[in-house]
Ligand binder design. Sequence first.
Ligand code: ZN
Length: 85
Amino acid sequence: MVRPSLRFAKTRLIRTPSRTRLKKIDKRTKKPHCSQCGSILHGVAFGNRDKVRKMSRSEHLPTRLHAGYLCSRCLKSAIKAEIRS
Ligand SMILES: [Zn+2]
């Protein structure tokens, strides 16, 4: 049986200038979720890590407080709770 960490990984061969072939593993990534309610975060890039790394910061994350960690609803309630306390 395949190693558990590789069960959801795709392998592909890459040609290099020296004609050697390398196996590259593309791991599937899950959609980013909110840390409080668990809903899917919108506007956050996911998928191929090489593509996401090449994007600029503003392209793969919303430009607001706690972007990539909290959804907009949870952030709204957190700000309200912080102000009221
Ligand atoms: Zn949330």
